[in-house]
Design a binder for this molecule. Sequence first.
Ligand SMILES: O=P(O)(O)O[C@H]1O[C@H](CO)[C@@H](O)[C@H]1O
Ligand SMILES: O=c1cc[nH]c(=O)[nH]1
Length: 254
Amino acid sequence: MAAVDKNSAGVGERQYHIGVAPGEVSTVALLPGDPFRVPLVAEFLSEVQTVAHQREHLTMTGLYKGRRITATSTGMGCPSTAIAVEELVRVGVTSFIRVGSSAGLQAGVRPGDLLVSEGALRNDGTTAAYVHPGFPAVPDLEITRSLASVAQELVDGTETRVHSGINASDDAFYAETPEWIAELNRIGVLNVEMESAALYVVARLRGVRAGMICSTSSNLFDGTSLYGDIKPALKEGWMRSIEAALETAVRLEL
Ligand SMILES: O=P(O)(O)O[C@H]1O[C@H](CO)[C@@H](O)[C@H]1O
Ligand SMILES: O=c1cc[nH]c(=O)[nH]1
């Protein structure tokens, strides 16, 4: 009797968690955390089909400027993100762009500003189960460059700023202490979110491409509250992030 080999389980089949089968997705997937943001991606698409909705993973596929695009929600955190990426790879996705929300950690990062990730500090448990602690969590460089330049084009002439830098990928939203926030600020970490470590590490291990652009929800360093009335700016940032990701998919033929 042989134990199950999870590396080969499910390849080319309908997937156990996300419910998607080969042929139902594009080669490129946009990844918001929240299932309620998948329809925001669909607002930019034509011929949209809802492919599956299981657990926190809603998947829709449609066309943007003639190119087939899939959007799948990852849920919050690295465990469900790793599952979503693993299963999307098994049905043919070769490029991923996370379109997230994230908290700023440096002065001058304001709600709605766009954050392009140049690498993630792996403060999570999931990637520790995959690789050596020294393995870097880095996005695809071509996708990253494109996200930064398209995002800048989209916000030119507005108050919104585009920031690029290293982000933290934390596991525990409510365990982020003032000391941890101050330390991240001190070492120059730009922002914090909760999925990129898994996205980048799993993507590298599976030989596919990944990048991330986020809208700023708050600023943990200067005290701009998570709970205040900042939602319109956050939503505007989500829409610009999605547009930057879609344009990147078209321009790089992902
Ligand atoms: O809005 P999403 O994309 O889920 O991203 C951020 O929001 C959640 C925390 O509020 C975490 O998932 C974090 O990464
Ligand atoms: O988006 C995020 C992620 C972690 N911590 C926060 O405050 N916001």
